[in-house]
Design a protein around this ligand. Sequence first.
Ligand code: ZN
Length: 300
Amino acid sequence: MDAGTPNKEGTPNKEVVTYEVRGSVAKVTLNRPEYRNAQNSKMTYALDAAFTRAVNDDDIKVIVLAGAGDHFCAGHDIGTPERDIHESFERKAVIWWDHVGKAGVDARFARESEVYLGMCRRWREIPKPMIAMVQGACIAGGLMLAWCCDFIVASDDAFFADPVVRMGIPGVEYFAHPWVMNPRAAKEFLYTGSRFSAQRMYELGMVNHVVPRAELEATVFALADRIAEMPRLGLALAKKAVNQAEDLMGQRAGMDSVFGLHHAAHAHNAEVAGDSLAGLDARAMAAAGKKAAEATEGTA
Ligand code: ZN
């Protein structure tokens, strides 16, 4: 969890999240670059621990969420050797029974309520400003991580996509799409599964700044340092004020209703295809994601 933890590619016991302090800013970094920072549960709970550490440190004013390597995050881990969906972790986000040892919706709803929707909601309520620093791919579950931050600064090679409609699923679990862009853009985004560029997302209001890749980190930290000059409580209350306004615009209730549709889709897939991901083999999806990601490399 400390800064400078060497990244040994392919070593299962390496730190999957690193934590670094720069002045008043905590930099929390997704650290599975060999898998484009695919998010397994181990990473989820390591993120939660890192955010908790930042919240508890009175000297930290702002949190930056970053991804090591060429890509911010390729999404939830559906195909790496360290996929851990059948493991138990101490639950943090919701009071519900463990998914392990359960079947069907009983398992799926318990797990996704905790590690996906619940965790993202928990992190959205962190009382310190959070900036997502996004380069390269930000796909599906990666969107959830960027969206639960207060805003996004992206490099000009960044791209965003939620292709899960291909699985018959109406978007990722933390369904912020219509609020972070607009309903018609959200429909195109979902219906096509296409990549939207950082520039397009900037135009839609989902991304706050787009900068050249070489300037991304300096831009984010300059912004974070400027925010850090504000009083801590003022920032916390301003964040809560805007979050409350978003919820009054229906975000929270909307996500709850869509979570039910999401689980209807998983259940349909399991019933019809025998697989909650619609028979889309995890390795095939991972290979498709890898191919898509590789196609963009070298464009920075
Ligand atoms: Zn799901």
